[in-house]
Design a protein around this ligand. Structure first.
Ligand code: C2E
Ligand code: MG
Ligand code: MG
Length: 744
């Protein structure tokens, strides 16, 4: 399950793949369509050209044939005419034999001679002699026409019924001769020049076309399908080309044809037209094959392109995944967080930084491999939480910092769940010195979230967590505190570098309770900041400890305090002690004693007037080592006192075994002494301390009543505002010069 309130950054969007693929597909479609159209058009034009050439050649052939037929007709005419003319010039009286000879000579089949009354007088075959022409007979018609000669179309002999082509010739004396050619002979001759015959011939060599020969009226004269001959064709009705040179695509009896119309001319005279039906089946099959090849090729290219786009996409996706995820845990990383938050419109948004506090120590103690295991374990638990909780997203932004992003209004519930998970996890790592977590929380309430601000504020909150409150929510005072502490740190560094006027010491007198003489001074550090004014030592000392500045700062303080001691030792005989507050971190420093020794040698001071004030927190350290350190210090003549005694964890028995000279009874015990009530506790502590051979300084003595009581209880030394506030160097020296005592 994924969080719904945040737009997931799954890497590169699918759109970046789909869009190019669709574009390429469209491009390929367009290219394919264009290529096919071009190919079809080209191929079609080729076919048109072919068809028109074919039609032209057929039309020419037909024209020639028609012309040849005409020529033949002319030939027939002249044969019959010549025969008639020659006979008319013949002077001898005709006999049948003479006519027979003429017929043979002139290569005609029959010759008949008629007298003026149209009675057949002579015949080349000796038939029909004495036959009388009747009214309406062709001979009668010619005779009546007054023409000199005439050639008839082929007709049957009215008597024999045999087909002949006859020619007539009129003699000057109005007799006439009829010359006949047997149609049988003529048609053999004619057959070679017949258009149907030609079409049949042509069709033998061409299986891709059909030919139709129309006369000028549109009737079919001859065709490759003779069944249609003599039918009248209506071009418009049958969607056939009307104009010459025009072509049309038609489908006829299920076959696609390209139809082309061509004129047939005989000696420039239009004799009819030719319709060429070009069978487009082969062409279309070829074209379909071509389309298939183009489609397959483009299809393959498309697949290739798509594959390479997908491949690149997957690769990029992988790169993006790497770029946006943490390598160790696989959780989204800092970059992911930044982009997600800046793009999120969900408000308010809450960011938790989870930090395993002692992770550095785990790494150092158990090694990095184990540290990594712990981190993976944490990430697993957080991922499980993410799966259980709606609207929650987990990130790992640095080594030991996890971020949990959530809706602010669900925060309480989810934070509780997170804490429970983490506590459970922590309990599983009890062997590793327990795994503790701290959590810093920050929220962004306005859209246009700033991821770095969110992280910064959550980190500030994290920084403000403590042992007591391991969950902190950011508020602006934390940031101010951070700034404040930073300023202090800068001042501390300047002080450590030795800049004048920042670090100084105040000296508070410690007074002998009985004699009221000054026993010594406690050196109290003072930090004066030009920006922040006087900074309380409790504040800057603990900051110096946190920021690892306490050693050099402590050295500086020891330096100033021993300067003061040097002055005392130089000018006053008395055994005046100087008490210096020392942090536990200074004591556990290995060369601490040797450093003090060298200092004493360098400054020519006697260390048996030095008292080091240590707090009870020291006893949380390695006691064995502490004991040896104290022993060494003691050997240098240094006195050891326990500051704020009674507020910490030290037991009197432990104190007995350590080289401790003085207990400084905390103000907490001293303050109530002025009032009525049980005072026996203080009396008991003092007497027990004496019993263990230790002296007691009472801190924070503010009233005479307290002083009185402490004196009664045999407290050795007193310190407090009643006697003196901490004083400046010169004022402290002045006290010694004046040999001040503190009587009541
Ligand atoms: P502390 O060592 O217990 O020092 C005594 C603190 O009590 C001093 O506060 C002092 O001014 C204050 N005081 C003395 N008499 C009275 C009194 O009658 N009434 C009240 N209310 N207060 C009194 P100060 O100077 O603010 O120091 C606070 C703490 O800072 C010291 O407590 C000590 O723990 C630490 N500190 C001061 N200087 C140093 C230093 O040089 N090094 C280290 N490590 N810690 C220091
Ligand atoms: Mg002190
Ligand atoms: Mg104290």
């Amino acid at each position: 399950m994924h969080s719904s309130f945040l737009k997931q950054r799954s890497g590169i969007s699918k759109r970046s793949v789909i869009i190019p693929i669709i574009l390429i597909l469209a491009l390929f479609f367009a290219a394919g369509f264009y290529m096919i159209t071009i190919a079809r058009e080209f191929y079609y034009q080729e076919k048109v050209k072919e068809a028109s050439l074919l039609a032209r050649s057929y039309a020419e052939s037909l024209g020639i044939i028609i012309d040849a037929e005409y020529q033949l007709d002319q030939q027939m005419h002249s044969t019959l005419n010549v025969a008639g003319a020659i006979l008319s010039k013949y002077a001898e009286p005709f006999t049948d034999e003479v006519l027979a000879e003429f017929a043979e000579y002139l290569e005609v089949d029959v010759i008949y001679l008629y007298n003026q009354n149209l009675e057949l007088t002579h015949s080349s075959d000796s038939n029909f002699i004495g036959w009388q022409s009747e009214e309406g007979h062709p001979t009668q018609n010619f005779h009546a026409s007054g023409m000199m000669s005439f050639v008839e179309e082929i007709r049957r002999n009215t008597t024999s019924g045999i087909l002949y082509k006859y020619g007539y010739y009129r003699f000057p004396d109005n007799r006439m001769v009829q010359v006949g050619l047997l149609a049988e002979t003529i048609s053999e001759l004619y057959a070679q020049f017949d258009s149907q015959y030609l079409i049949n011939e042509l069709m033998e060599h061409n299986i891709h076309a059909q030919i139709v020969f129309l006369d000028n009226a549109g009737q079919i004269i001859a065709s490759s399908s003779p069944d249609y001959n003599e039918i009248m064709v209506n071009a418009t009705k049958h969607n056939l080309p009307v104009m010459f040179g025009e072509y049309r695509n038609i489908e006829w009896e299920g076959t696609p044809y390209l139809v082309y119309r061509m004129p047939i001319r005989v000696k420039d005279v239009l004799s009819g037209s030719l319709l060429l039906f070009y069978d487009m089946r082969v062409a279309e099959n070829l074209l379909s094959g071509l389309i298939l090849v183009i489609s397959i090729t483009l299809g393959l290219f498309f697949l290739l392109f798509s594959y390479s786009i997908m491949h690149t996409h997957r690769k990029n996706q992988h790169i993006v995944t790497i770029a946006y995820h943490d390598e160790l845990t696989g959780l989204p990383n800092h970059r992911y967080f930044n982009e997600l938050v800046s793009e999120s419109h969900s408000t308010p948004l809450t960011c938790l930084i989870l930090n395993p506090k002692n992770f550095k120590a785990i790494n150092l103690m158990y090694g990095y491999a184990y540290g990594n295991e712990v981190l993976i374990h944490i990430s697993d638990i957080l991922s499980a939480l993410q799966n259980r909780q709606e609207n929650l997203q987990v990130f790992r932004i640095s080594d030991d910092r996890f971020i949990i992003l959530m809706h602010s209004h669900e925060r309480q519930k989810q934070t509780d769940a997170l804490i429970a998970s983490m506590q459970l996890l922590g309990s599983q790592y009890q062997d590793v010195n327990s795994l503790d977590f701290s959590i810093g929380i920050a929220s962004s309430y306005t859209a246009g979230h700033d991821p770095s601000l969110l992280i910064k504020q959550a980190s500030i909150a994290l920084n403000a967590t403590s042992e007591e409150s391991f969950v902190q929510e950011y508020d602006s005072s934390m940031e101010e505190l951070l700034l404040h502490n930073d300023t202090i740190e800068q001042e501390l560094k300047r002080a450590i570098r030795g800049e004048e006027g920042i670090l100084s010491l105040a000296f508070q007198p410690i007074v002998n309770a009985k004699s009221t003489n000054i026993y010594g001074f406690e050196a109290l550090a003072r930090l004066e900041s030009p920006k922040l004014g006087t900074i309380p030592p409790l504040e800057f000392i603990s900051l110096a400890e946190q920021r690892h500045l306490i050693i050099p700062l402590g050295d500086k303080i020891i330096d100033l305090a021993t300067d003061f001691l040097h002055t005392i030792q130089e000018h006053f005989d008395e055994n005046i002690h100087v008490a210096i507050n020392i942090s536990a971190l200074q004591v556990i420093e290995k060369n601490f004693t040797s450093k003090l020794q060298k200092l004493a040698e360098r400054k020519q001071i006697n260390l048996n007037q030095v008292e080091l004030e240590l707090t009870e927190s020291l006893f949380t350290q390695d006691l064995h080592f502490i004991a040896s350190q104290l022993r060494e210090l003691r050997q240098l003549g240094i006195y050891i006192s326990i500051d704020d005694f009674g507020t910490g964890f030290s037991s009197l028995s432990r104190l007995g075994s350590l080289e401790i000279d003085i207990l400084k009874l905390d103000r907490l015990f001293v303050t109530p002494l002025g009032e009525t009530g049980d005072r026996s506790l203080v009396t008991d502590i003092i007497s027990m301390a004496h019993h263990l051979g230790k002296q007691v300084i009472a801190e924070g003595v503010e009233t005479e009543a307290q002083r009185h009581y402490l004196k009664e209880a045999h407290c050795d030394f007193l310190q407090g505002y009643l006697l003196s506030k901490p004083l400046a160097y010169s004022d402290a020296i002045l006290l010694l010069e004046q040999e001040t005592t503190y009587d009541t």
